[in-house]
Write a protein that binds this ligand. Structure first.
Ligand SMILES: *Cc1c(COP(=O)(O)O)cnc(C)c1O
Length: 454
């Protein structure tokens, strides 16, 4: 084992020059996006109050490849290409014949894959003459990434942070502020949407959907001064993340192997899409047969328990209606859930791939997820973000299945972020204070009764 290569690095010249847009290759086009009020299809102009035209054009683009601007590639050089590692010690700990690889996005300055899209989003907004960006953040990784990206391009940044995260993760808020952004705990009294929620429930812990409502409102009512940025879900965000998979293709080549299965966690779907879309391209066009597995928390199972229907992206019904696997826009994950990935919906691209049978999905409970995180940390020396640990848990299931059947399965994990700001969740697990409570199906059914009638 001592002379095995475990790390496959690419030179800076191998940072991709183009993002991959899977819309060009989807067997069936994405469902139309609808106006929240009229329920009519929306066009680029409807999105113009929120996003710069370059990003809107990427959102609807049917071009297979989109050039990465030089200014963006220059900033990517701060951490890209990210390493691909063979998890030899994890393989040994699991006593599996499987070969396990992980692509490590946690080395980015923000600690996760989110900076891959924050940088181009800030770049295109700056180019369009926008003064600043508003956004929401849950666990804080996206707020950190956007704050850093806005700082690089001289943009103001306003982050609405889900109140319970703001209270539980004060160091995330401090990191976001370090780069100049203003952080507001959501729901807040600074917006109409926030005041409405507080009037109903002064102690609301907040949710991503509520924070999105606040951030969208500030941008939409700013008269064009500010625009809004989203860290996941949208087509252009998933497209930006494909730098992960394009690099991984080259690195698997260096390793002399090709993945039988790719495993990644899914919240809104961006890191999962980032690593898997370039491989799905080869499944669709070159006859490759890689299985693509999305792993979501059992407490927020939008792919495996949601319905495929039109729903709002936020809580108060201000965003366009998108057809997606959703738990209902009023759904809030149960309080016992500590592992992140709390969004009620899922990226349209991921939903279509799932509906067309091109990817698989599994829901994993949090105790198995944290146990997997510890197994991985002890073997490989990296503390994964709890979100990322869902992917690891799915990969461990795959590795144990390979052991069972005695086959050499090549598994590729997207290790999308480190968990250095998640030590309170780890403490809860290590102290034995986490559990997998039964979550009655009625809770899911209740939220689905609030779906808009289309
Ligand atoms: C944001 C985030 C996620 C969830 O978002 P996706 O769009 O599904 O990737 C997962 N892991 C980490 C580390 C994140 O920062």
């Amino acid at each position: 084992m001592s002379d095995e290569t475990v790390r496959f690095d690419l030179p800076q010249t191998d940072i991709p020059h183009q993002w991959y847009n899977i819309q060009a290759d989807l067997p069936r086009p994405l469902p139309t996006v609808l106006h929240p009020g009229t329920h009519q299809p929306i066009g680029p102009d409807d999105l113009a109050p929120l996003f710069p035209m370059d990003l809107i054009m990427q959102e609807v683009s049917q071009d297979r490849y989109i050039d990465i601007p030089d200014e963006v590639r220059e900033i990517y050089k701060l951490w890209r290409p990210t390493p691909l590692l063979r998890a030899r010690r994890l393989e040994k700990a699991l006593d599996t014949p499987a070969h396990i690889y992980y692509k490590y996005e946690g080395i980015s300055p923000s600690g996760s894959h989110k900076l891959n899209t924050a940088v181009p989003q800030a770049y295109y907004n700056k180019k369009a003459g926008v003064q600043g960006l508003t956004t929401e953040t849950g666990a804080g990784q996206w707020g950190t990434a956007l704050s850093q990206a806005c700082n690089f391009f001289g943009l103001e940044c306003f982050v609405y942070m889900v109140k319970v995260s703001y209270q539980q993760k004060p160091y995330r808020a401090a990191m976001i502020r370090t780069f100049g952004a203003q952080v507001t705990a959501s729901p807040s009294d600074t917006t109409h949407a926030g005041r409405g929620i507080l009037a109903q429930d002064p102690n609301s812990p907040g949710s991503l959907g509520i924070a999105i409502s606040e951030a969208v409102e500030v941008a939409a009512t700013s008269g064009g001064k500010y625009k809004y940025a989203l860290g996941s879900v949208l087509n252009h965000v998933l497209t930006h993340q494909t730098v992960i998979g394009e690099e991984a293709l080259k690195q698997m080549d260096l390793a002399g192997e090709y993945p039988d299965v790719i495993v990644a966690p899914t919240g809104g779907g961006s890191n999962f899409a980032g690593i898997s879309l370039p491989f799905i391209r080869h499944n669709l066009k070159d006859g490759k047969r890689t299985r693509i597995l999305a792993v979501e928390p059992a407490a927020c199972p939008s792919l495996t328990k949601g319905v495929y229907a039109y729903d709002f992206g936020d809580t108060s019904g201000m965003t366009p209606l998108v057809k997606m696997h959703t738990l209902g826009h009023t759904f809030v994950p149960p309080p016992f859930h500590a592992g992140g990935l709390r969004y009620h919906g899922m990226a349209s691209i991921v939903c279509e791939l799932y509906d067309q049978g091109l990817i698989e999905a599994q829901a994993i409970p949090q105790l198995e997820t944290f146990a997997a995180a510890l197994t991985f940390a002890k073997a490989e020396g990296i503390v994964p973000a709890p979100e990322a640990a869902h992917g690891i848990a799915g990969a461990i299931r795959e590795a144990l299945a390979a052991k069972e059947s005695g086959e050499k399965r090549v598994i590729l994990i997207n290790l999308c972020g480190h968990g250095h700001f998640d030590m309170s969740a780890y403490t809860a697990y290590l102290d034995g204070n986490l559990n997998d409570l039964e979550y009655p199906d009625e809770v899911f059914q209740e939220a689905l009764t609030h779906l808009p009638q289309i």
